[in-house]
Design a protein around this ligand. Structure first.
Ligand code: SAM
Length: 253
């Protein structure tokens, strides 16, 4: 038999016993091939394994099938008419909704409501026992959010400086904070992080260069990333995705 490697796509194993672990779907890379292992039975799982050569692409398009909240289109249209171009994008919205869904009966805080795009995603992920406080200092944009989301008893809108709100709410702790304005991100960071429960999530976007960034903002963003990375009470993940997202979990000290 030839010692040369046979590069033709082939089934590398038809039946394999994987301990007694209940395996539902495993993907692993083996010798440059993507190997999908599917369980075909229950306990003790007799599994089948197929090797697919790299020319077989997995079609995972992160822009597809997002299933946005029902109100999103109208809010987007109103934002467009107002000329408001600071809304979170669909990917960040989708992530926020998923994170919100991991926190039943929890307290949420959004700093920078805008016209309510991220507010809509958060509400879509939150259960009926959760509550959201959202703040913005511009009533003209908050009025759009109020119009489309104000009927939802889980959300409370505040129109004021978000730094002042953090100050006033300093005795309240949140399970998830989406810090989407200056105070709570580039200023008042300490107050925001102190308002986070242990195990709570602090989320920020727009950490990759944006067309609307003012002169000198890149160095502020880099500095913020360094500050978050250096904190021993945070576990962070930086995502070079969407507009640049960081998710930080507060650790027990
Ligand atoms: C990036 S936008 C928020 C977008 C919104 N979260 C969304 O996903 O669509 C930032 C918002 O912060 C508001 N803002 C700016 N300075 C503020 C401050 N000091 N306190 C509260 N809100 C502020 C602006 O009016 C603007 O609506």
């Amino acid at each position: 038999m030839s010692a040369e490697r046979d590069n033709r796509p082939k089934r590398i194993a038809t039946r394999t016993r994987v301990n007694s672990a209940p395996v539902s779907l495993l993907d692993c890379k083996r010798e440059g091939a993507l190997c999908s292992i599917r369980a075909t039975s229950g306990l003790g799982g007799i599994i089948s394994c197929w090797a697919l050569r790299s020319f077989n692409k997995v079609d995972m398009n992160d822009q597809e099938n997002l299933n946005p909240p029902a109100t999103l289109k109208q809010i987007q249209q109103e934002s467009e008419s107002l000329g408001f171009r600071m809304s979170s994008d669909l990917l960040t919205g989708s992530l926020l909704r998923t994170l919100a869904a991991t926190k039943p009966a929890c307290q949420f805080l959004e700093l920078g409501t805008g016209t309510g795009i991220a507010t809509a995603w958060l509400l879509d992920g939150m259960d009926q026992d959760s509550q959201l406080v959202t703040v913005d200092n511009d009533d003209s944009v908050v009025s759009v959010a109020r119009e489309y989301l104000g009927h939802d008893r889980r959300v409370a809108f505040y129109v004021e400086d978000s730094g002042l709100l953090l100050e006033r709410f300093r005795n309240q702790q949140f399970d998830l904070i989406f810090a989407d304005t200056w105070p709570g991100k580039y200023s008042h960071l300490e107050q925001a992080l102190e308002s986070l429960k242990v195990g709570g999530l602090y989320v920020i976007d727009d950490m990759l260069p944006q067309p609307n960034w003012p002169e000198g903002h890149a160095s502020k963003a880099s500095q913020l990333i360094s500050v978050l990375e250096s904190r021993s009470n945070l576990m962070i993940t930086k995502m070079n995705w969407s507009t640049g997202v960081i998710v930080a979990a507060r650790l027990k000290e």
